[in-house]
Ligand binder design. Sequence first.
Ligand code: HEC
Length: 136
Amino acid sequence: MKRTVQTALLGALLMIPAQHAMGAGQELWRECRVCHMVAAPDGTVLERGGRSAPNLYGIAGRPAASDPGFRRYSDLMQSAGRAGLVWTRENFIAYLRDTNEFMRRYTGDPDGRGHMNASLAEGAGELFDYLEGLSR
Ligand code: HEC
């Protein structure tokens, strides 16, 4: 109910083109929710989803491997986090294009394997913007 009211308010406030951009990002969330959810620190669920992957709340600008509630990060993701990887829009897009290739390049570990078996060739930027907006 609260969500419906918020969505309606947002819709009323945003100009039509902005609404379209946000719609595309939100639609792409379908590709992620089998594994990921978006839940605020107070427990409010902003996007329903699975628990087999890190909570993507506040992912925009967040350091890699930093969800305290997720205990199954790969060694590769953990070393990327230690090396200073932060989820900027650019890194997010590159990671989603080819997760292992991106992380191997970032860490310099040619044999490393991450735990995310998914990718997104297009629209990752819009999805990032959507997730950033959700966590504000
Ligand atoms: C099949 C399950 C699955 C799907 C689908 C999936 N992911 Fe993931 N994702 C994971 C797992 C598992 C990890 C942890 C990877 C690791 O530790 O190497 C992860 C990690 C991530 C991270 C890094 C999180 C952090 O805390 O550093 C981001 C960003 C991410 N996924 C985004 C996405 C997006 C966006 C989508 C949808 C387009 C998506 N994922 C779809 C399983 C999935």
